[in-house]
Design a protein. Structure first.
Length: 266
């Protein structure tokens, strides 16, 4: 199976409309890949909070339309990263879309863990509360977005729902690049799954992006990693290695669920 992770530069000197067109052209160059993956909030920028209201779109808005067409034109499964969705009740969500090679929407995932503590996304957006997996012909993918990467229980939930390849769309800052690589490898090792994690390049809202998109195998080995700039990271991998790894080193079978809470002394 071949996946192409497009590490998009998100800079304020390019309009959302221009970037949408440029990204569609980049997807067209990946014809022949089985899966193309885009990062988090690439139309507007994950840290460009002041733009969220103005650039919010309905689910079937311009990003949905452009990405459905791009998937169909290239004939690829497209993990289209996320955009700012405005729901019918006015709530904003950080929503990832997945399209089939025919351009049909296969899934929409609203980011579960919002970043920013008491500001930014955490206060401006609603939180999703549903895990999402999609069965591709070669592998079942589990969907996650950026800050989600810090929450292992969410990834275990995706694995319990059948995910073998964990896909993370991110706008991860350079400041915490070491965490990015470490957490991607940890999620792969503990779940004995592939991790495909794509970030952004460039600088938006004054936040330099980490880039360094990464593909990790079920043994925790890094199969490929991008540099800091805009880049397409293309990688071949064998999804059957997930079952083989789980069979040969069956740690997932040794889970102990439902343990008693610690006794309270005194
Ligand atoms: N957009 C995000 O979710 C950023 C997450 C982040 O910077 C971190 O977890 O660190």
């Amino acid at each position: 199976m071949r996946a192409s992770l497009i590490q998009i530069a998100v800079d304020p000197d390019e309009s959302v409309k221009a970037r949408r067109g440029r990204v569609a052209s980049l997807i067209a160059t990946q014809r022949g890949a089985d899966l193309v993956v885009l990062p988090e909030l690439w139309p507007v920028g994950a840290f460009a909070y002041e733009e969220f209201e103005a650039e919010a779109e309905p689910l079937r808005g311009p990003t949905h339309e452009a990405m459905a067409k791009a998937a169909a034109d290239a004939g690829v499964w497209l993990y289209a990263g996320s955009f700012v969705e405005r729901a019918d009740d006015g709530t904003l969500y950080n929503t990832t879309l997945v399209f089939t090679p025919e351009g049909e929407r296969a899934a929409a995932y609203r980011k579960i863990h919002r970043f920013g503590f008491d500001k930014g996304e955490a206060v401006m957006m609603g939180a999703g509360d549903e895990l999402v997996t999609v069965a591709l012909p070669q592998t079942t993918i589990g969907l996650a977005t950026c800050y989600d990467l810090r929450f292992p229980e969410m990834f275990r939930g995706l694995v319990d729902a059948g995910a073998e390849t964990l896909v993370v769309a991110a706008g991860w800052p350079e400041r915490r690049r070491a965490h990015w690589t470490l957490l991607a490898q940890a999620r792969a090792v503990e779940n004995q799954a592939y991790v495909l994690a794509v970030g952004c390049a460039g600088t938006h809202a004054g936040v330099p992006q980490a880039g360094h998109s990464i593909v990790v195998d079920p043994w925790g080995e890094v199969l490929a990693q991008a540099g800091a700039g805009e880049e397409v990271l293309s990688v071949e991998f064998d999804p059957s290695r997930v079952a083989a790894t789980r069979e040969q080193f069956p740690a997932l079978k040794d889970r102990r669920l439902g343990l008693a809470p610690p006794a309270v002394l005194g």
